[in-house]
Ligand binder design. Structure first.
Ligand code: BTN
Length: 295
C-alpha cells in the first residue's frame, strides 16, 4: 500500500494496514502462517496477509475454524491465484484488491449458488461506481468491465452439505486498482484495465473495500426481503451482455447466438440462429470484438 489516502482514512486501521503492507524492499514471508493480522473494516473481520497461495485457498482452510459470516482474507500478493475455467490469476504485489469473503449461505440449494457470483458482481460494480464515478458494466456472469476491458474477476467456490445444500461459499474477488498498463502480462494487456488507468488517479483500496461492504450489507437486506429473483434484477442494471451476439466456448461445446435473458439460476439464455433457446451455466462467453468494444 502506498501511503496516500489510505493513511488518513482511519488512523488505527491505516496504521495496522500500513505496518502490514507498506514494506517496500522487505522480503515477503514465505508462508501465511505468521500472517493474518485481524482488523475490522465496516464491521467485517478482515485478515491481512502479504503473501498467500490464493486467498480462496486460505479462506477454505480457515472456514471450518468458526470464522463469522462476511469474514475476509485480503492479501497483497498471491503466488497461485486462481481464475475461472482453471486459469491462473497473476498480478504485481500491492496494486490489485485481492480478497475472499466467507458467505454462510447455509441451506441454500446448491443449484442457486451461481446466483451469488452475479450478486457479488452487481454489488462490486455499485461500489466501484460510487467511489470512482466510472461507468462500469458486467459481462455475464461476473466480469466487471469498463470500455470493454476487464477490471475485475470473481471466483466463487461452494462447500456443500450432503443433500445438495450449501454449507458456505468462498467468494474471491480480484479487482484491478492501481496497475499501470505495463503491469499486465502482454497477452492480457489489450483486454485489461484498472481503476488507475480509467481515472488517472491513485485509488484507495480501503475505500473500495469499505464501499463494497456497505453495498453488500444493504443489498443483502433487500435480498432477504425480496428473494433470489432480486439478484437478477440488480445484476441487469449493469448488464452489457443481453441483446448481443455471443459465442459460447466450453471445451468441445461451441455455439453462437443472441443473449436474450438470464434464467432463475443465473444461466445465460441464448437464442441460436435456428431459433432454439439454450441455457448456459458455467461456460465462458465471448462478445466478439464489435460488441465487446461498446461495453
Ligand atoms: C476470473 O477468472 O475472472 C476470476 C478471477 C478471480 C481472482 C480472485 S483474486 C482473489 C481470489 N483468490 C483467487 O485465487 N482467485 C480469486
Amino acid at each position: 500500500m502506498r501511503g496516500g489516502n489510505e493513511r488518513y482514512e482511519n488512523n488505527g486501521l491505516a496504521y495496522k494496514i500500513r505496518r502490514r503492507f507498506h514494506e517496500r524492499g522487505a522480503r515477503l514471508k514465505k508462508t501465511a502462517a505468521a500472517e493474518g493480522v485481524g482488523v475490522k473494516i465496516n464491521g467485517a473481520e478482515v485478515m491481512l496477509y502479504r503473501r498467500v497461495s490464493s486467498t480462496n485457498t486460505v479462506m477454505k482452510e480457515l472456514a471450518a475454524s468458526g470464522l463469522k459470516d462476511g469474514s475476509i482474507i485480503w492479501s497483497q500478493y498471491q503466488s497461485q491465484g486462481r481464475g475461472r475455467m482453471r486459469r491462473k490469476w497473476d498480478g504485481k504485489p500491492g496494486r490489485a484488491l485481492l480478497f475472499s469473503m466467507l458467505v454462510k449461505a447455509a441451506g441454500l440449494e446448491a443449484r442457486y449458488a451461481p446466483l451469488y457470483t452475479l450478486f457479488t458482481a452487481a454489488v462490486l460494480a455499485e461500489a466501484v461506481k460510487n467511489v470512482t464515478g466510472l461507468r462500469v458494466g458486467i459481462k455475464w456472469p461476473n466480469d466487471i468491465v469498463v470500455g470493454g476491458r476487464k477490471l475485475c474477476g470473481i471466483l466463487s467456490e461452494s462447500n456443500l452439505y450432503s443433500g445438495g445444500k450449501v454449507n458456505y461459499l468462498v467468494i474471491g474477488i480480484g479487482l484491478n486498482v492501481n496497475q499501470k498498463a505495463r503491469d499486465f502480462p502482454s497477452e492480457i494487456r489489450p483486454a485489461s484495465t484498472s481503476l488507475n488507468i480509467e481515472t488517472r488517479r491513485h485509488i484507495s483500496r480501503v475505500k473500495i473495500l469499505k464501499a463494497f461492504l456497505r453495498a453488500w450489507r444493504r443489498r443483502t437486506e433487500c435480498l432477504k426481503k425480496n428473494g433470489l429473483s432480486y439478484i437478477v434484477e440488480i445484476w441487469k442494471k449493469y448488464d452489457i451482455t443481453l441483446g448481443r451476439e455471443v459465442e459460447v466456448i466450453n471445451g468441445e461445446r461451441w455455439l453462437k447466438g443472441r443473449a436474450v435473458d438470464i434464467g432463475a439460476l443465473g444461466e445465460l439464455i441464448i437464442e441460436t440462429l435456428d431459433g432454439n433457446r439454450v441455457k448456459c451455466l458455467a461456460e465462458d462467453i465471448s462478445l466478439g470484438k464489435y460488441y465487446y468494444g461498446k461495453g
